[in-house]
Ligand binder design. Structure first.
Ligand code: T46
Length: 138
């Protein structure tokens, strides 16, 4: 794996706390999650065959965790692409700014939790792939 590829795919290992009653996960900003958490959202009930994302963010950083079920995420920094399966509540993926991302192959039970470094701002989205490529090359 090249050094660029390892920058693109950055897993966040999430410690499972718990005991004989079951498991518990605690996510704290600037500890497990490498930024202040300003927003939390989750995606669920995605219909079979539907893909989501298809954008990059100018400044936003995010960590995505599939807390139930699974989906495939494509990450693309304009030079390299990687596909990863999100399929564990103990494994998050960092979606850095200026990384084009798409989510595919959602299982019907998928709940994708996303922790975000900023409040929602539509002007932070780059929704045209050609604009994304222009931006990463300038
Ligand atoms: C991302 C991937 C992983 C809001 O009003 N507030 C919010 O915080 C969010 C995230 C979305 N919305 C609205 C905007 C749209 O009208 O919810 C609607 C669906 O959003 P979108 O089409 O952007 O959903 P995805 O699944 O394509 O992308 C989402 C996030 O928007 C995006 O930031 O990185 O999940």
């Amino acid at each position: 794996m090249s050094s660029k590829q390892s920058d693109l795919v950055q897993w966040i290992e999430i410690p499972k706390l718990g005991d004989d009653r079951g498991s518990l996960v605690a996510l704290e900003g600037n500890k497990i999650v490498p930024f202040d958490i300003e927003r939390v959202y989750y995606i669920f009930g995605t219909k079979p065959g539907v893909a989501r994302g298809f954008h990059a963010h100018k400044a936003l950083k995010q960590v995505a965790i599939c807390i139930t079920g699974k989906c495939k995420m494509l990450l693309d920094n304009g030079i390299e692409k990687a596909e990863v399966w999100l399929d564990s509540p103990a494994k998050g993926i960092l979606i850095n700014h200026l990384v084009w991302h798409e989510m595919h192959e959602f299982s019907t039970d998928c709940v994708l939790l996303v922790l975000a470094s900023e409040h929602y701002d539509e002007s932070d989205y780059i929704r045209e792939y050609s604009d994304f490529i222009t931006r990463v090359n300038t």
